[in-house]
Design a protein around this ligand. Structure first.
Ligand code: SF4
Length: 372
């Protein structure tokens, strides 16, 4: 690791302190910074200007409708073929049951993704959205990655804007940000051959944003990519955000090493996770929210990330398969109290948020300060 000369760090810090946009060379210089405390402090100052003392979490529930997939991305430990004994697909009625249970304990968002199923009809997906929305209109549905949307467009023989418009009209609230991986094609070919290109990923999100929808976006880091690839990935997200303003938040995802075909046997270390969040906070000046994903980082390190540029801990989640099948050793869920305590102990004010990072409740001490 090169040590960034203090005067260079100071010059970049002064630029970000007055709200000037950093370029890619400067982002790379920050990545090469050996002084994590100084980098984290710079990112923390930018975060506090945007979000004050608040840090958020969401009461959400994950589930997957199926893990059957026609692709075989090298990094994926989740997908199965029809011949595999541990493949599954849920009936819509099972999902409705999960939605009812989630609603009864205060969950505000269902986060639903799956593989590219070889045979389920398009009506399965529209039925899923309709019936889940019918459980309660207030339950926000955050579903599908960009590659699933492309698959469903192919399946239905409809253009992407039509598929997205139809989903939006029947109750889809947000796209998920999954599947971005790393945008550079050579890396994509090595970790997710056959998946959509960067342009296709971005174009699905652009189309959704132009329809009035919002989505999150991600970056899978710590495998075969270079630091230049990470900065270039964030550059492309920043450019789309300049164009549409439709990204509600950025969620860097640390690579998980088990049960896949990639010759990288370790997750990124804690230092790398924290500096990635800090660089993201400093470089992505047009993003309001940076999420520390506790499923990949662990709650304790995600908590520390709240002082390194992140302002959100993601959610309660309840049932996570994709990271855990790839070796994540974190629990399946966090309780609301655990998330509140983690935020409070980091010296921030906990805020329960909705799918779009809008506040629902603020906490002061043990009390709800405001209910919005
Ligand atoms: S990452 Fe997604 S598209 Fe690729 S194999 Fe896994 S489930 Fe299928």
């Amino acid at each position: 690791m090169k040590l960034l000369l203090p005067e260079t760090l100071r010059a970049i810090g002064e630029k970000s302190a007055i709200g000037q946009r950093l370029d890619e060379i400067e982002a790379l210089r920050l990545y090469e910074c050996g002084d994590l405390n100084a980098l984290g402090q710079m990112a923390d100052e930018v975060n506090r200007r945007k979000n004050g003392d608040f840090a958020s979490y969401i009461l959400n529930r994950y589930f997957n409708y199926s893990n059957y997939c026609i692709l075989s991305c090298q990094f994926c430990a989740f997908s199965r073929k029809k011949r595999d004994a541990d493949g599954f697909e849920l009936a819509v009625s099972d999902m409705v049951q999960k939605a009812r249970e989630a609603l009864s304990i205060g969950i505000t968002e269902l986060h639903i993704v799956g593989g590219l199923h070889p045979s389920l009809p398009f009506s399965y997906y529209t039925g899923m959205i309709r019936e889940l929305k019918a459980v309660d209109q207030r339950l926000k549905l955050k579903c599908f990655t960009a590659i699933e949307i492309l698959h469903l467009a192919w399946l239905s023989k409809k253009p992407v804007p039509e598929v997205l418009g139809e989903f939006r009209s029947i109750g889809l609230d947000s796209l998920t940000g999954g599947g971005a991986e790393i945008f550079r094609q050579e890396v994509r070919d090595s970790i997710a051959r056959g998946k959509e290109t960067a342009e296709e990923y971005l174009d699905v999100h652009r189309t959704w944003h132009n329809l009035g929808g919002r989505s999150t976006c991600t970056m899978l880091f710590g495998h075969l990519e270079t630091l230049e690839d990470r900065v270039d990935h964030m550059r492309q997200l920043r450019e789309l955000q300049d164009e549409t303003g439709g990204f509600s938040g950025f969620i860097p995802l640390p690579y998980q090493p088990d049960n896949n075909g990639i010759p990288v046997k370790y997750s990124p270390d804690g230092f790398d996770m924290l500096r990635t969040l800090a660089v993201a906070r400093l470089y992505l000046d047009n993003f309001d929210h940076i999420t520390a994903y506790w499923v990949g980082m662990g709650l304790k390190l995600a908590q520390v990330a709240l002082c390194h540029g992140a302002n959100d801990l993601h959610g309660t989640i309840m049932e996570e398969k994709i990271f855990h099948m790839a070796g994540a050793e974190t629990p399946q869920m966090q309780t609301e109290n655990e998330m509140i305590n983690a935020i409070r102990e980091a010296g921030r004010v906990p805020v329960q948020r909705d799918t779009f990072y809008e506040p629902i409740r603020e906490w002061a001490g043990e009390k709800v300060l405001s209910k919005i």
